[in-house]
Design a binder for this molecule. Structure first.
Ligand code: RNT
Ligand code: ZN
Length: 418
């Protein structure tokens, strides 16, 4: 079917395809820098293991080892993805020059100047994450540690991250979402569950006492259910993170990562629950398989449902900050990035092509028969033709046409990285 026919078919369902494409191209989606190098960063010894309860598996050749390699790989991705891209950096991706090095509590905006130049040259905004893992000062706790010196170090890292986020927002003229996530928790049954949480709350209070403009910097707290080696207790649980954000309006927003819940819970359903209370929320879109495995985002049911809730709840006007968060080291990393980003774009476009007003009306009228039939019919509507047109209009390759270029890049560049 051609695009024109698809457009007519959607029009009959009450869907304006042109408006959907127009909306989508203005929605920022954050591309996580950490898919390119298995979350290693540049500020610590790359041979040291990843800590904090997260895990990359696989050793596919071609991991980026330097800022230059990582940026070159991101440039390959940018050629292949439609939509409005924002970068998402971790503090561990600071770029040091002339033999200089700074520990995380001493990081400064200048250590991200090269990233600012990178984003400026490509018209991208940038989000930021303090890095509370993979570092000798994890004892193994960070912001919730009972040790004053440890806590002080990580609070100072958080404050430095606020200053860097403010710098990124000002330089790039777009808001910077600054996400606080720690892997703090215990492998086994704790003797004190309250103490670490109180210390974590107080530590975040101190971090957010660093001056910043909430119109430019959006601090969030990301919750989690458990991590590897941290199975029994997580300090920053769902209730903790939501309560923190609720208690600190105008300072902090909640962030939900869809890999961070019990397997039968779905973030798609949590989005409207939170939007009933919070003016703004943030998301990490990932694909958990049995645990927080951070597989590449697919065009699957829950990704579509998350996108549908974002769209239906009016989240595209900036209320919902969308970021990707996954890391697969077992396949070509440029392809992993590209697949996940394109799939999130697809899910958002698919969501924008639903007759949401009709569905709402049918529900309110109690006509569940018609609602079911309509929702099922929409699954086989000519979505692919609209997606192709969206890619075409943005000068990006269609499905089936982008992988050969990545294979070539792998042969020419990635495979030569020993
Ligand atoms: C870990 C969290 C966190 C990290 C990134 C690297 O479970 O999802 O967001 O993935 O900060
Ligand atoms: Zn996450």
């Amino acid at each position: 079917m051609s695009y024109t026919e698809a457009k007519e078919k959607y029009a009959k369902l009450g869907v304006d395809v042109e408006a959907a494409m127009e909306t989508l191209k203005g929605v920022p989606v954050s591309l996580h820098c950490w898919q390119g190098d298995d979350v290693r960063g540049f500020d610590t010894d790359p041979s040291k293991p990843l800590t904090g309860g997260i895990q990359t598996t696989g050793n596919y050749p071609g991991r980026a080892r330097t800022p230059e390699e990582l940026m070159a790989d991101i440039d390959e991705v940018l050629k292949l993805i439609p939509g409005k891209v924002k970068m998402n950096l971790h503090a561990s991706y600071a770029i040091f020059e002339n033999g200089e090095w700074a520990d995380r509590d001493k990081l400064e905006p200048k250590h991200f100047k090269k990233w600012v130049d990178f984003c400026k040259a490509r018209g991208l905004g940038c989000d930021f994450n303090p890095t509370f893992f993979s570092h000798p000062k994890c004892d193994p706790l960070t912001l919730s540690s009972p040790h004053e010196e440890t806590r002080r170090f990580w609070i100072d890292h958080g404050k430095a991250s606020i200053r860097i986020s403010q710098y990124l927002a000002e330089e790039l003229g777009q808001e910077c979402v600054m996400n606080i996530w720690t892997g703090d928790g215990f492998k086994d049954v704790p003797g004190d569950r309250l103490g670490p949480r109180v210390r974590y709350r107080e530590a975040i209070d101190e971090i957010l006492s660093e001056p910043f403009d909430f119109n430019k910097v959006k601090p969030c707290v990301e919750s989690k259910v458990f991590g590897i080696g941290v199975e029994a207790y997580t300090v920053g649980s769902a209730e903790f993170a939501l309560s923190y954000a609720a208690a600190n309006p105008g300072k902090c927003i909640p962030l939900m990562d869809n890999g961070h819940y019990h397997p039968t819970e779905v973030v798609s359903d949590k989005i409207p629950a939170l939007l009933a209370f919070y003016p703004e929320i943030a998301l990490h879109v990932t694909r958990p398989i049995r645990w927080d495995s951070d597989h590449v985002v697919l065009f699957d049911d829950e990704t579509r449902e998350i996108a549908r809730e974002i769209v239906r709840c009016g989240g595209l006007d900036g209320r919902v900050k969308i970021a990707l968060d996954y890391f697969d080291a077992s396949i070509n990393r440029v392809s992993a990035w590209t697949t996940g980003f394109r799939n999130l774009q697809k899910a958002l476009l698919f969501a924008l092509l639903q007759p949401n007003d009709t569905e709402k009306r049918l529900q309110d009228e109690g006509d569940w028969t018609s609602l079911m039939v309509l929702q099922e019919d929409l699954k086989t509507a000519p979505f692919g033709d609209v997606w192709d047109e969206y890619c075409r209009r943005q000068g990006k390759p269609l499905d089936g046409a982008w992988l050969p270029g990545i294979k070539q890049y792998e042969a020419d560049v990635l495979s030569k990285r020993a």
